[in-house]
Design a protein around this ligand. Structure first.
Ligand code: NAP
Ligand code: ZN
Length: 350
């Protein structure tokens, strides 16, 4: 039987987010049912809600930084039990058979992963995300929240955490690596904290000089204001790795210029065309420009354990469900150097 759910969502690309009731799909034998306590607000939620990427379906309940407690398990579930503290990120299903799924990169499943909200699942039913009271998820896509992590602060790790941990690890960040983080928002501030925990020397490249204090408080050794040509010139050729979290189309060449020879710039922000890569800039310095998409489920668990072990948590601002619309407009302005997290359990649920 489908279950009745309560949440916050949109019914068209230009709709304002509002409270709504909707139906969750029938439980399946391998499902974990989760009472959601908190859900982070990722900038991707805005892109999806506004159909910026042309793949959205409505009505849509966004949210893919989900934490909560298991309230029921299907008869085939073996790894979770009622009462467990769990988290779910950007995916809720994939084929689990192909070389990418078996290699720990379910995000590149040859049949396509099922995203947590806004798309038809493998049975053709629309997925709905974590801005809601509960969720049903196939157990292979559920992570465990380590005991030491606060639930509200764990939520943003499920997307912002893994999306930055994965490239920092893949490009071998270690003691002494010089890392620049472009954009001090939800992803950016997690990149700063995780890179520091891996031993890197981290600087923040920002359009917002007023974020300098926050960046330094997080441990960044310096702040480069990207709108200041002199500051950008002074920072040229000084980083091994640049993580670019800017959420809109932008000229990436100024950031490529920041790379030392053999350095790599990893784009995790904009899914749009990125104009302005100079061949000269890439060739003279063996520089590379790469992309990175979230991370697999096992790597997400590894990241959660890493964050618990190193005491890494995001800076969060806890809000109620009725405040999501105003949080979205703040995020659209790029004004904050932290993550909004919805106190789902503490918001109206009836
Ligand atoms: P966010 O919290 O809004 O942070 C983005 C930051 O980028 C802003 O705080 C701002 O930082 C900077 N910025 C904003 N507009 C800019 C502009 N026009 N030019 C230069 N800098 C600008 O967003 P988020 O949640 O971190 O997400 C960032 C992007 O990553 C989004 O596009 C999201 O969809 C994407 N994303 C990708 C993946 C993936 O798998 N690759 C996963 C999750 C999210 P400053 O004020 O410091 O300049
Ligand atoms: Zn996200």
């Amino acid at each position: 039987m489908p279950t009745q759910a309560f949440g916050w969502g949109v019914e068209s690309p230009d709709d304002e987010i509002h409270a709504l009731r909707f139906e969750r799909r029938d439980p399946r034998p391998d499902d974990v049912t989760i009472a959601i306590s908190h859900c982070g607000i990722c900038h991707s939620d805005l892109h999806f809600a506004h159909d910026d990427w042309g793949m959205s379906n409505y009505p849509m309940v966004p949210g893919h930084e989900i934490v909560g407690t298991v309230t029921a398990v299907g008869p085939e579930v073996t790894t979770f039990a009622v009462g467990d503290r769990v988290g779910v990120g950007c995916m809720v299903d994939s084929c689990l058979q192909c070389e990418y799924c078996t290699g720990g990169q379910e995000q590149f499943c040859v049949e396509g992963p099922t995203f947590t909200y806004g798309v038809p699942d493998r049975n053709g039913e629309l997925t709905q995300g974590g801005y809601s009271d509960h969720l049903l998820v196939r157990e292979e896509f559920v992570c465990r929240i380590p005991d030491g992590l606060d639930m509200a602060k764990a939520a943003p790790l499920l997307c912002a955490g893994i999306t930055t941990y994965s490239p920092l690890k893949r490009w071998g960040v270690r003691k002494g690596t010089k890392v620049a983080v472009v954009g001090l928002g939800g992803l950016g501030h997690m990149a700063v904290k995780i890179a520091l925990a891996m031993g890197a020397e981290v600087k923040v490249v920002t359009t917002s000089p007023e974020k300098a204090e926050a960046a330094r408080a997080m441990g960044a050794s310096d702040v480069v204001v990207s709108t200041d040509p002199e500051a950008m010139e002074a920072a040229a050729a000084s980083f091994d790795l640049v993580i670019d979290t800017v959420p809109v189309t932008h000229d990436i060449d100024p950031y490529v210029t920041l790379l030392r020879p053999n350095g790599t710039m990893v784009v995790v922000g904009a899914l749009e065309p990125l104009p302005g890569v100079s061949g000269f800039n890439l060739i003279f310095g063996n520089r590379a420009v790469a992309g990175s998409a979230i991370g697999g489920v096992a790597e997400t668990q590894e990241m959660l354990d890493f964050c618990a072990e190193h005491g890494i948590v995001p800076e969060i601002e806890l809000i109620k469900g009725e405040d999501i619309a105003s949080a979205w407009s703040t995020l659209e302005q790029g004004d904050i150097a932290h993550r909004f997290v919805i106190d789902v359990a503490g918001s109206r649920s009836g």
